[in-house]
Ligand binder design. Sequence first.
Ligand code: ADP
Length: 161
Amino acid sequence: MIRCAVYPGTFDPITFGHVDVVRRGLVLVDKIVIAVADNPAKGPMFDVATRVKMIQETFIDESRIDVIPFSGLLVDLAHKQQAAAILRGLRAASDFDYEFQLATMNRRLDASIETVFVMAREDYTFVSSRFIREISSMGGDVTSLVPLPVLPYLKHQHTLK
Ligand code: ADP
């Protein structure tokens, strides 16, 4: 039986922190479905199709990863994908409250799906999509913080301004 986990998030854009979470997840399960939240209310920098594309290009050589856009209930998606777990990443104590609430709520909705947390490498604990967007929009260099395929998309956003 193939063990699958769903890794949901906004990924606006994907960072090396996210990539590290995925790599650690792949040690635990056979397949990871990266579910990109289509949540226009959050006012993302990149639309969902672009966020999906950036992730697909990042993992182009990885057959154990699927990338899909998603809206609706996470537990419904997890069921549809026959996932045993929801994968999330933890950076610091500041992530904990929100992640705890989310995991508890999802467990309330469906007790059969376990949320599993992994910690990214220490050098990525400070990396967040928000900082990437801010630094990049001010012309800063984020080369060491995001996968290569993300750079042209960020550059394009910057030149649009
Ligand atoms: P969301 O809007 O769902 O929080 P994000 O794309 O910001 O979406 O994050 C998705 C998941 O990845 C969350 O569990 C978040 O804590 C985790 N994550 C993001 N960046 C890092 C990082 N640098 N190290 C570890 N986990 C991270």
